[in-house]
Design a binder for this molecule. Structure first.
Ligand code: IPE
Ligand code: IPE
Ligand code: MG
Length: 249
C-alpha cells in the first residue's frame, strides 16, 4: 500500500557540514549557578565561562561558521553586586589579553557590540586592540556583546536616524528595514540563524531583539561552563531539522 510503503526520513544525529548556519548567537548563561553548585562564590563563575568561549569560537572557525555573536555582559548586568561586576570585568581583561596573544594562531576576527564607554580605559583599549589586530582576518568573525542591550541598540539607532533626518541625510519616507539595520551594531552582517541559550532559561534577556526576528532557537539545561563542542553539534543538528519558512509556505 502506497500509504504505508513510504519510508520516513531518517532522523539525523550528525551535523551536515554542508548546511551549517551562517551566523550563530549564544547567550553565555549559567556561570553563577555553575559556581554555586560547586560550593564556590558566584564570582568564580566568569573564569569558568572563559574556556567554553574560547573552545566554541575556535570550533566555529574550524568548521566554517562565518559569524559567532556571544552575549558577555548586558546593559542590565550593572545591577549586580560590585564584586561580581568587578570579577566579570577582570575576567574580560584576562580573556582579551589571552586572545591578543593567540590571534596570529587563531585568526578569529573580533568585533564588539554595545556601548563600551562605561568600561575602564584599559578594557576599552584592549577591545580596540583586538579589533585592530584582527581587522584583516577573514575566518570566523566573533562579535562580543559587552554592555549590550537590544533595546539600547534600537534606541541608539533611532536617535542616530532621527539626527540624520534633521540634518537632511535621511528621509523618513524612504526608511526600510534594511536601511534601519544599517544603524545597528550588527550592520554589515547577516541576522543570526541560530540563537542558543544554555542554563535552562527560556528567554532572550534583551539579546539581538531586532536581528532574531526569524532566528531558530535552541535551549539546553547545560550551564555555560559545561558547554562543549558536542553540545554545539546537538544545537546545529536540531537547527538542521527545522523548516524555516520566513512567513511563506
Ligand atoms: C552569565 O552567567 C554571565 C553574565 C550574565 C555576565 P550568570 O552570572 O548570569 O549565571 P547565572 O544565570 O546566575 O547562573
Ligand atoms: C543574559 O543573562 C546576559 C548574559 C548572559 C550576558 P542574565 O543572567 O543577565 O539574564 P536573566 O537575568 O536571567 O534574564
Ligand atoms: Mg544568568
Amino acid at each position: 500500500m502506497a500509504l504505508f510503503s513510504k519510508k520516513a526520513a531518517p532522523i539525523r544525529t550528525e551535523v551536515d557540514f554542508s548546511r551549517l548556519p551562517r551566523h550563530i548567537a549564544v547567550i553565555m548563561d549559567g556561570n553563577g549557578r555553575w559556581a554555586k553548585r560547586r560550593g564556590l562564590p558566584r564570582t568564580a563563575g566568569p573564569a569558568a565561562g572563559a574556556e567554553p568561549a574560547r573552545t566554541i569560537a575556535t570550533y566555529c572557525k574550524d568548521i566554517g561558521i562565518d559569524y559567532l555573536t556571544v552575549y558577555a555582559f548586558s546593559t542590565e548586568n550593572w545591577k549586580r553586586p560590585k564584586e561580581e561586576v568587578g570579577a566579570i570585568m577582570g575576567l574580560l581583561k584576562k580573556y582579551l589579553l589571552e586572545a591578543i596573544g593567540q590571534m596570529e594562531r587563531d585568526k578569529v576576527k573580533m568585533e564588539f557590540f554595545g556601548d563600551l564607554s562605561p568600561l575602564t580605559p584599559e578594557l576599552r583599549g584592549l577591545c580596540e586592540r583586538t579589533r585592530e589586530i584582527s581587522r584583516h582576518y577573514d575566518g570566523c568573525q566573533v562579535n562580543v556583546c559587552l554592555n549590550y542591550g537590544g533595546r539600547d541598540e534600537l534606541l541608539r539607532a533611532a536617535r542616530a536616524y532621527a539626527q540624520d533626518c534633521l540634518e537632511g541625510r535621511a528621509d523618513p519616507n524612504h526608511l526600510t528595514a534594511e536601511r534601519f539595520g544599517g544603524y545597528l551594531f550588527s550592520r554589515d552582517i547577516p541576522d543570526p540563524d541560530l540563537v542558543i541559550r544554555p542554563s535552562g532559561e527560556l528567554r532572550l534577556s534583551n539579546f539581538l531583539l531586532w536581528q532574531s526576528a526569524y532566528a531558530e532557537f535552541y535551549f539546553t539545561d547545560v550551564l555555560w561552563p559545561d558547554f562543549s563542542k558536542e553540545e554545539l553539534n546537538r544545537a546545529i543538528v536540531s537547527y538542521q531539522s527545522r523548516d524555516r519558512r520566513f512567513g511563506g509556505v
